[in-house]
Design a protein around this ligand. Sequence first.
Ligand code: DOR
Length: 447
Amino acid sequence: MSTLAIHNGRVIDPALGRDGIADVVIVDGRIARVGPNEGDMVVEAERIDATGLIVTPGFVDLHTHLREPGQEHKETIATGTRAAARGGYTTVCAMPNTTPPLDSKAAVESVLREAELSAIVRVLPIGTITRGRAGKELSPAGELAASGVVALSDDGDAVADPSLMRHALEYSTRFGLPIAQHCEDPSLVAGGHMHEGWVATRLGLRGRPASAEETFVARDIALAELAGAHLHICHVSTAGSVALIAAARARGARVTAEVTPHHLTLTHEEVAFGADYQSAKYITNAKVNPPLREEADLAALAIALRDGVIDCIATDHAPHSTSDKEIEFDLASPGLTMLETSFGLCMKLVHDGTLSLPTLIERLTIGPVRAWGLDTRAGLEGIGTLAPGALGDVTLLDPNADWTVDPSTFASKGHNTPLGGRQLRGRVVATIFGGRLVHETDRVVAL
Ligand code: DOR
């Protein structure tokens, strides 16, 4: 029998409405007891002193690019899950825009097999909506569901054909899988490389308008209502999308949504100026699809996240190699590496008073779990909570620790972040997966 006792932390478990000083005891990989002084009741335990720290369920990311199979120079399941552990994540849902894409049982099994061998946190694969992500014909959703995928998505690209999207939504209801759509109309964003606004004009770049996202959000909500299906909107980035989602949810439509740490905290000005307003640059590490938007969008996203119109934070961790990024802006790959900076970046919203800490923790733990019903899947009962019997996945946080982002220390192969050199306040101190420490900093004190 193995026992880990985490003593005297502030335990925040939004699923149970718990917030108070307590010990967490994990026995044989499952939560055994949570309560004041419970750790003192067990003998023969490995012990951690969490005095002054926050103790939460392990974070759950619905949107991670692990790049394996096929793009192991950008990331592997081994490196991506190590980055996840450093970011406090104990579960990551792996996007299927791999090479080959995850559009068959064989491809999904290859991910699950590799995860068994090299992952240090849980990997839940996502299958494609269309074969080869080509947007022409549906993937075999039944085969993918039976292989264990938790959602279907062509992320990176939208399913553009409305009739195909309608059928994808209808078909998904047979298997109880959400359809996670990357909402950007390809014809409206063609040739665009950043948000359509004054910064793009200044840089002489063609933009991707907010309406390219909003027209697809509106269209897909209508199709989901027609099909009675579960639509999940990936990386919401505009105030207009927020209004559409709020209205759909008020009508009772099965629409869930995620927002990324970067869309919540960084504007399009990041592309030209970064941390320094002296001269305009072309910062490819701030190039991402959908693009970073404007202050008014950030404000609307934060309020929507606070009020639960947006269910959760998802990282859209999109590692790329240096050669994908250190090239002309038009040619650079979109996306930024995010797992290791997610918590620190999101904490900005807590420090500026927009979100309470328990609300932020909700949106990183049980929020994503409930959005996709992950806790109803066999083997995942008790994910996202510290209830007795739940999975022994725990994250320890120091919400006030200042640290400087240094991409050269990342576990991820992707160093493509615009945050290098910036100070963040709020740090992941340790991550425990199935009762075992998979990440620890020098702030962890054994008792
Ligand atoms: O910027 C992005 N990069 N957006 C996506 O949707 C896909 C991602 C990637 O896979 O690199």
